[in-house]
Design a protein around this ligand. Structure first.
Ligand SMILES: Nc1ncnc2c1ncn2[C@@H]1O[C@H](COP(=O)(O)OP(=O)(O)OP(=O)(O)O)[C@@H](O)[C@H]1O
Ligand SMILES: [Mg+2]
Length: 349
C-alpha cells in the first residue's frame, strides 16, 4: 500500500535560535521519491526528524495518508507512525548479526517475522550474509542491511538522511540504483536528503530545495535544472553561466547578440545559460569566441570561452569535435536562456 505525505506550514524553532524549519508546505505523492536538497544547516535533517516524530513541530501539521500525526492538538509518537529512517552512519546494532538487525523492528518476530526477514535479505541481496556481524561487512553491505532493517516493518514512509555519503563513488552509484529499485519494488514513498546534486537529479521524482529552513522550489529534476525559480537555486544546482542583458519580452540583447528567452521579461536581466546549451563549432555560425582552456573528461569536455568583448563563458560538449586552447571558434545557443531580473526572480513578468 502506498501512502502520501503532506506537511502544511511546518515550522520548528529551537530555543533561542532562528527557526530551523519555516512554514514548509510539501506534498509527496504515494510511491514517489522526493529529494530534499540544500546547503548545510538548512533544515533538511530537522524536517525528516519532524516527519519521523523525533521532534515536535512549533507550528503547522504533518499528515501521513489520511491521518494527522502532528498538529497543534495531536502528536503521534515515532513508534506509532510507521515511518522508517535510514541514517548516514547506518547505526546497525554491533552485537547482533545481520538477520537479527533486520528482525529488530518487526513486531511479530515468529513465523511471519522470519519470512519477512528472508524476504528482506533477498531484496537487498544479502542472503549469504545473514549470520555475519556488522563489523564483518563492507560499507555498502552495511548500508543495504540498514535499508532492509528500515523496510522490514513495512513502513508507510521511508526517510533516508544522506544514506550514501560514506560510500566511494562507484559503490555509491551501485547502492543508489539498488535502493531505487527496492523502493519501486516495495512501492514505498520515500524522502531522501543528499548534498549530491547528481544524485538528487538522477534518483528523484521531485526535488525540494530548502534554504534557511524555507522551501524555495519543488519540481521535477528537469524543471529544477532548466527552470530554477531564482538565481540562488540556479547557482546551487549544476553549473551555470550568467551574462548581463536587456530584456524586451521574449528576447534579450547581450554579448551574444539577440538571445531568445523562456519567459518574457523587461529591463536589465542576468541570462542563465547552462554549459551544454552552447554549441561550439568551427563554422561561421553565431558569435566568434576563442578557447582559453579545455578540460577533457572522457565522455565530454569543458571549454573556457572568451567572446570578443571579453565576456567569459563555460561550454560543455561531446568529444566528437576536437578543440584546443587558442582555437578560434563560433558559438551559438541551442535553447532559449532563462532571465533573472534584479530581484533574482526567473518567473514571467
Ligand atoms: N537539537 C537542536 N537544537 C538546537 N538547534 C538545532 C538542533 N538541531 C538542529 N538545530 C539547528 O537547526 C538548523 C538546521 O539544522 P539541520 O540539522 O536540520 O540542517 P541540515 O540541512 O540537515 O544540515 P546538514 O546538511 O549539515 O546536515 C541548524 O541551524 C542547526 O544548528
Ligand atoms: Mg543534516
Amino acid at each position: 500500500m502506498e501512502f502520501s505525505l503532506q506537511t502544511e506550514h511546518l515550522t520548528k524553532l529551537f530555543d533561542g535560535d532562528l527557526p530551523a524549519v519555516r512554514d514548509v508546505t510539501l506534498r509527496v505523492q504515494p510511491g514517489e521519491i522526493l529529494t530534499i536538497l540544500g546547503p548545510s544547516g538548512g533544515g533538511k535533517t530537522t524536517t525528516l526528524r519532524l516527519i519521523a516524530g523525533f521532534e515536535r513541530p512549533t507550528g503547522g501539521s504533518i499528515k501521513i495518508g489520511d491521518s494527522v500525526v502532528a498538529d497543534a492538538n495531536h502528536f503521534v509518537p515515532p513508534e506509532k507512525r510507521k515511518v522508517g529512517m535510514v541514517f548516514q552512519d547506518y547505526a546497525l546494532f554491533p552485537h547482533i548479526n545481520v538477520e537479527e538487525n533486520i528482525a529488530f523492528g518487526i513486531r511479530d518476530q515468529k513465523r511471519e517475522g522470519e519470512k519477512q526477514v528472508k524476504r528482506m535479505l533477498d531484496l537487498v541481496g544479502m542472503e549469504a550474509d545473514a549470520n555475519r556481524m556488522p563489523h564483518e561487512l563492507s560499507g555498502g553491505q552495511q548500508q543495504r542491511v540498514a535499508l532492509a532493517r528500515a523496510l522490514a516493518p513495512n513502513p508507510d514512509i521511508l526517510l533516508l538522511d544522506e544514506p550514501f555519503s560514506n560510500l566511494d563513488t562507484g559503490l555509491r552509484a551501485q547502492v543508489r540504483n539498488d535502493v531505487r529499485d527496492i523502493l519501486l519494488e516495495t512501492e514505498t514513498t520515500a524522502i531522501f536528503v543528499t548534498h549530491d546534486q547528481q544524485e538528487a537529479l538522477s534518483l528523484s521524482d521531485e526535488i525540494a530545495v530548502i534554504f534557511d529552513g524555507r522551501l524555495v522550489q519543488v519540481a521535477t529534476p528537469h524543471l529544477i535544472y532548466n527552470r530554477p525559480v531564482n538565481s540562488q537555486v540556479a547557482h546551487f544546482i549544476g553549473e551555470a553561466n550568467f551574462l548581463p542583458g536587456e530584456a524586451f519580452g521574449l528576447t534579450a540583447s547581450s554579448s551574444l547578440g539577440a538571445v531568445k528567452l523562456f519567459h518574457p521579461k523587461s529591463g536589465p536581466v542576468q541570462l542563465m545559460i547552462r554549459p551544454e546549451a552552447i554549441f561550439v563549432g568551427h563554422q561561421e555560425i553565431g558569435n566568434r569566441a576563442s578557447i582559453v582552456w579545455r578540460e577533457f573528461y572522457g565522455h565530454y569536455q569543458r571549454l573556457g570561452l572568451e567572446l570578443d568583448d571579453g565576456s567569459e563563458l563555460i561550454a560543455r560538449t561531446g568529444v566528437d569535435r576536437f578543440f584546443q586552447r587558442g582555437d578560434n571558434v563560433w558559438i551559438s545557443l541551442q535553447m532559449p536562456a532563462l532571465a533573472f531580473d534584479q530581484s533574482g526572480d526567473s518567473t514571467a513578468s
